[in-house]
Ligand binder design. Structure first.
Ligand code: NDP
Length: 477
């Protein structure tokens, strides 16, 4: 027998087809609570979309550790043989909730591991670096990716104006404009923790770490023309591919690897290892195998499990922590803050965000307080009523700070923005270079000449061939 339909208060509904009206032709009666409740809920079916990474697709899976890295970390989730349930949310950055998937953009690669020691969130991208290295520049950068306030259209002028005035963006711009700038599917791209994090061992000693997730499906990409043909027919191409692959039992996998630097190595490195616009060269900091993850379950309800999912680098477990990376430090604060606004103060009580381990806080009331705390006299801390207490064994070792901090970081002004993009440029074969040149030229449509020239001068510092390649592609437009 079918279940009886009810109001949210559980009262049986007698008629869900007709409003309650004074006569057959109306008007309607104010007491028709069922109609009012239905319309009121419709008005509230959306939460604010994410300011960035609004369009996303998610799935559940399992992380499995296949190698022993216990000499670097005491984190239970990273011990040999441990399997941990996880959620991943892939996304584009700039487009709104309804944007097409097959667009040239960085892809978000956000992971939540439901570990025995609380949630570990790794909010990565499909690129190892980012456009800026100081959070002071982040809102301005994002404004250039969003709509122009007057035209309500995206502005290529704003993008190249900002990039050409921010040479630290060259590395990420080169990756974005390369053949990897439009992944064929979400399954065919790598994920990177991007930021430098740290690992802490059972002697409470810290090393620094980069996290890498290499696709087992192989890298596959789309050209601009391929992507245009896809978008013309299907705006949800990434969502469809991920959903259908998992539904058909074709579970995508990624290999999990890390790079390590000791405290001493961070001091000796010829670049700032905490700069988000830099990678750690593989030859100097070799990749170390850790494990793999597989995605094997689609969400049952997109809104409840993906739209309401909330990832924040503030979620770290004992044995995994942050680094002095300025962008990471800002995200530790900013992501949780975004979710409190977007979802509600107690957003981590929602089933998809709730840790599997016990949660014992003294945070009190507020939106989304979903649990039913048992009456207790221990509602503040310290208390004499057996309430939860801190445990000093989890105090982390301090960061070694270089001590030359200054708000306007002159030392960083002389930073090298060119060597690493040059290394990438030199890795590209002839076809990839041509793709890079024509993708940039196409993306520069309508940009004033003085801005284009300023950007070409930056490309020239990477490699004269880079600048002339883009110039030629522009003249062919
Ligand atoms: P390596 O030759 O050891 O590594 C090169 C890396 O570049 C590989 O991981 C490769 O990925 C990746 N790659 C190849 N083509 C592209 C592309 N079009 N866009 C993005 N990544 C690409 O050299 P290094 O470690 O010295 O790095 C050289 C340059 O490679 C860096 O400056 C950086 O731009 C790029 N890179 C480096 C990474 C790192 O962590 N060291 C990570 C990703 C990129 P794959 O193995 O999948 O082919």
């Amino acid at each position: 027998m079918k279940k009886r339909m009810t109001t949210t208060g559980g009262n049986p509904i007698g008629d869900n087809q007709n409003s309650l009206s004074a006569g057959a032709r109306g008007p309607l009666l104010m007491q028709d609570y069922q109609l009012i409740e239905k319309l009121a809920h419709q008005n509230r079916e959306r939460i604010p979309e994410r300011v960035v990474h609004a369009k996303g697709s998610g799935a559940f899976g399992t992380l499995k550790i296949t190698h022993d890295i216990s000499k670097y970390t005491k984190a239970n989730v990273l011990q040999l043989g441990v399997e941990t349930p996880m959620l991943i949310r892939f996304s584009t950055v700039a487009g709104e909730r309804g944007a097409a998937d097959a667009e040239r953009d960085v892809r978000g690669f956000a992971m939540k591991f439901y570990t025995k020691e609380g949630n570990w969130d790794l909010v990565g991208n499909n690129t190892p670096v980012f456009f800026v290295k100081d959070p002071m520049k982040f809102p301005d950068f994002i404004h250039t990716q969003k709509r122009h306030p007057r035209t309500n259209m995206r502005s290529t002028t704003a993008m190249w104006d900002f990039w050409s005035l921010s040479p630290e963006s060259l590395h990420q711009v080169t990756i974005l404009m390369s053949d990897r700038g439009i992944p064929k599917t979400l399954r065919n791209m790598n994920g990177y923790g991007s930021h430098t994090y740290s690992l802490i061992d059972d002697k409470n000693e810290r090393v620094y770490v980069k996290f890498h997730f290499k696709t087992a499906q192989g890298i596959e990409t789309m050209s601009n023309a391929d992507a245009e043909a896809v978008v013309a027919k299907d705006r949800e191409s990434s969502q469809r591919d991920l959903y259908e692959s998992i539904e058909s039992g074709n579970f995508p996998k990624w290999n999990f690897q890390i790079q390590i630097m000791t405290e001493e190595q961070t001091k000796e490195a010829p670049f700032n290892p905490f700069d988000l616009t830099k990678i750690w060269p593989h030859a100097d900091y070799p990749m170390i195998e850790v494990g793999e993850f597989e995605l094997n379950r689609n969400p049952q309800n997109y809104f409840a499990e993906i739209e309401q999912s909330a990832f924040s680098p503030s979620n770290v477990v004992p044995g995994i922590s942050w680094s002095p990376d300025k962008m990471l430090q800002a995200r530790v604060l900013s992501y949780a803050d975004a979710h409190r606004y977007r979802i509600g103060t107690h957003y981590e009580m929602l089933p998809v965000n709730r840790p599997l381990s016990e949660v014992n806080t003294y945070h009190a009331d507020g939106p989304m307080r979903l649990d039913e705390p048992k009456g207790s006299d221990a509602y503040y801390e310290p208390n004499s009523f057996d309430g939860p207490e801190e445990d000093k064994q989890y105090v982390e070792p301090p960061f070694a700070i270089d001590g030359d901090g200054y708000r306007y970081d002159h030392r960083e002004d002389s930073d090298d923005y060119y060597s690493q993009p040059r290394a990438l440029f030199n890795l590209m074969n002839g076809y990839q270079k041509q793709q890079l040149f024509s993708n940039i030229a196409e993306a520069m449509g309508g940009v004033p000449k003085n801005i284009v020239d300023r950007q070409l001068a930056l490309f020239k510092k990477i490699d004269p061939g880079y600048a002339t390649g883009v110039s030629k592609a522009l003249s062919m437009q």
